[in-house]
Design a protein around this ligand. Structure first.
Ligand code: URP
Ligand code: ZN
Ligand code: ZN
Length: 463
């Protein structure tokens, strides 16, 4: 199906212009003013709308095991919810189980996505073990389009790896061009703080945040960047939450070190106060790293504006309150870590960023789409409106009023972290490889239509 999108305003990371967009065979064929309709083309009228590259969420956890349960969205429900919010590509995380080959994890995650994904997806690999053939395995993953690896400096005995492993992984990327993504928190210090809290009978959700101080994040960010600098390679800090951690990234970037970082809507818009809600309600906001005092929020917005932070992802990792978060009712360490957000990222960043005057429209497109495409080796196939790029587009209604609520969202989870938030600006029509998959609040795509996307090594972080 060939399509002409007419009368809209095309917004990319570089420019804003009145232009039509012609789509042929799933790709952008022409961008220009006053394009003539061709026989057989379907026409979408985008009067009053922004036509922007579809969102790219570089950090999601669908169908992921954690703490004896599974994240509540699978690849079908999670990608469908993403599409409703204007996201057309995700990069999810496969997890290497200790003592196994990375290939097994890749096959397992392909199987989870097969027949379910409704939008295109890539995969990062979480490395838990570099023994045996680990370093060769990393090269093999890059050949399969898994051009980035996440390593944990937290969760001792579960996911955490030591500094030697981190340094070896970083060093290997000098050869294979992958990007190392760091979960940066000092897990050993945090474990001592947790043990102390529990010994004092402090079991409520708020202690999740109080045992993971911002300095434990900043220290790990500093160490991760220092190790990358010694190895002479770029590094990407995932889900950065605090001014302290941001200062480490900014200081490194100011010295010309290729350090990159993302934050997430929850850190920009919610604070540690949520964890102190009465009863067990605070468990809805237990994820890692934790929410911080609200004074950190303006620093993160400034960081986004000035490119000290490059990306907003969601870290979507939903667990239902009623039957999953409840596992930690008597002990905060047993609350599954994670929160839902895959559907609301663009709405929240547009409303609280662009409408509030904190971000330009072009910077908005850059941090939710173009920069993640570049950094993670998807560009210019994704994250761009240019001839030859995939026709992955969000036709954005800047005036659409929308109230976020678990009653109406499409994520398979029984609460929203942003319940009752009123936003202006929402995706009206969402197009994936030329196919309209969401239109006016209706889902028109189908499970399994989403393709695995091989990502290129030596992406934007290496340039
Ligand atoms: O609490 C979180 N963030 N859960 C997902 C796993 C991770 O560390 O990203
Ligand atoms: Zn993490
Ligand atoms: Zn995560």
């Amino acid at each position: 199906m060939n399509t002409l999108i007419r009368n809209g305003t095309v917004v990319t990371a570089r420019e804003t212009k009145a232009a039509d967009v012609r789509i042929e065979d799933g790709r952008i064929q022409e961008v220009g003013a006053g394009l003539a309709e061709r026989p057989g083309e379907s026409v979408i009228d985008a009067t009053g709308m922004y036509v922007m590259p579809g969102g790219i969420d570089a950090h999601t956890h669908l169908d992921m095991p954690f703490g004896g349960t599974m994240s509540a969205d699978d690849f079908e429900t999670g990608t469908r919810a993403a599409a409703f919010g204007g996201t057309t590509t995700i990069v999810d995380f496969a997890i290497q189980a200790r003592g196994t080959r990375m290939r097994e994890a890749l096959d397992a995650w392909w199987k989870k996505a097969e027949g379910r994904a409704t939008i295109d997806y890539g995969l990062h690999m979480i490395v838990t073990d570099l023994g045996g053939a680990g370093l060769e395995d990393m090269d093999g993953m890059v050949d399969e389009g898994v051009a980035s690896f996440k390593l944990f400096m937290a969760y001792p005995n579960v996911l955490m790896v030591d500094d030697a492993t981190i340094f070896k992984a970083l060093s290997q990327t000098a050869k294979n061009g992958a990007l190392i993504c760091m979960h940066a928190e000092n897990g050993s210090v945090i474990d001592v703080l947790i043990a102390r809290a529990l010994a004092e009978g402090k079991t409520a959700p708020i202690y999740h945040a109080l045992t993971r101080p911002a300095l434990a994040e900043a220290e790990a960010v500093h160490r991760a960047i220092a190790m990358a600098e010694i190895a002479g390679v770029p590094v990407y800090i995932v889900h950065l939450t605090s001014e302290d951690a941001l200062n480490q990234v900014r200081e490194a970037r100011d010295r010309g070190v290729p350090a990159f970082a993302e934050t997430c809507p929850q850190y920009l818009l919610l604070s540690i106060d949520e964890l102190a809600r009465p009863g067990f309600e605070g468990a809805k906001f237990v994820f890692t790293p934790p929410l911080r005092p609200k004074e950190h929020q303006p620093k993160l917005w400034e960081g986004l504006k000035h490119d000290h932070l490059q990306v907003v992802s969601t870290d979507h990792c939903p667990f239902c309150f009623a039957d999953q978060k409840i596992l930690g009712k008597d002990d905060f360490t047993k609350i599954p870590n994670g929160g839902p957000g895959i559907e609301n990222r663009l709405q929240l960043i547009y409303h609280f960023g662009v409408n509030a005057g904190k971000l330009s429209l072009n910077r908005f497109v850059e941090i939710v789409s173009t920069a993640p495409a570049q950094i993670f080796g998807l560009y210019p196939k994704k994250g761009e409106i240019a001839v030859g790029s995939d026709a992955d587009l969000a036709i954005w209604d800047p005036n659409a009023a929308y109230t976020i609520s678990a009653r109406t969202h499409h994520m398979r989870v029984d609460y929203s972290m942003f319940e009752g938030f009123e936003v202006r600006g929402n995706a009206r029509t969402v197009i994936s490889r030329g196919e309209t998959i969401v239109d006016g609040g209706k889902f028109l795509g189908k499970a399994g239509r989403g393709n695995y996307v091989k990502r290129a090594a030596r992406g934007g972080a290496w340039k």
